[in-house]
Ligand binder design. Structure first.
Ligand code: SAH
Length: 211
């Protein structure tokens, strides 16, 4: 997502106290408290947070966490959560590299990877959020039989990701054209809405964490 630096963005994000977490010594403790007593759903690379806000409204009995490194985008996310008065959604500002530390002793029910950066050059493959190095981190904090749901508009990222995902998870379903197949439970993300409007195919892979 294009980055437009905004002065004071981090402070603004943090001013939404009940929705904003930083990557610091308290992250794990705070997430543990937040996650208590409900199924936990996590989106890595949550952007402007539209997907999670809608999910949190649709599923008030579940809890949702967004991981995002850009505070400029996180401002939109926490604003949306506040307007909707959600109490089951929180955002962490930080790099997915620190995933294991944040989610120590927390068991995730569903993990979402929506329209992550494709990093088309081969030498950047390790930066893709579906690279084995990242999948290993996510898997270590997922429940047995937890789901991982991946969506993209990018054919090359899809082909790369299905191979990577199959190393760690059972691939339950995959489609090259989600909107042709149709899924009434699908919630469109901000990127997804834009790509669908442009007539692009949406690819989706659903995985199960078998053991
Ligand atoms: N899921 C949203 C945004 C997709 S863009 C949507 O579908 O609309 C991908 C997002 O991942 C960007 O906002 C980017 O800042 C974030 N991102 C990229 N690398 C990351 C990392 N290592 N840790 C956390 N977030 C990351």
């Amino acid at each position: 997502m294009r980055r437009r630096r905004i002065a004071g963005a981090l402070d603004k994000f943090l001013s939404y106290q009940s929705y904003a977490l930083l990557d610091d010594g308290q992250t794990n403790i705070k997430l543990k408290k937040f996650a208590e007593g409900a199924d936990l759903h996590v989106e890595v690379g949550s952007g402007r947070g539209g997907f999670l806000c809608q999910m949190a409204q649709l599923y008030p009995d579940k809890k949702f966490v967004g991981i995002e490194l850009k505070e400029e985008l996180l401002i939109s996310a926490v604003e949306k959560a506040a307007v909707a008065e959600l109490d089951n959604l929180i955002f962490v500002r930080g790099y997915a590299e620190n995933f294991q530390k944040w989610f120590e002793e927390i068991a995730i029910q569903t993990l979402y990877l929506n329209f992550v950066d494709p990093w088309p050059r081969r030498r950047n493959a390790r930066k893709r959020l579906t690279h084995s190095n990242y999948l290993k981190l996510y898997k270590s904090r997922m429940k047995r039989n937890a789901e991982l749901i991946f969506k993209t508009d990018n054919r090359y990222l899809y082909l790369f990701s299905i191979v990577e995902l199959a190393k760690f998870f059972k691939v339950v379903s995959s489609t090259h054209n989600l909107y042709a197949v149709g899924d009434p439970a699908n919630v469109a993300t901000e990127y997804e809405k834009r790509y669908v409007a442009q007539g692009k195919n949406i690819y989706r892979i659903i995985c199960n964490n078998e053991e």
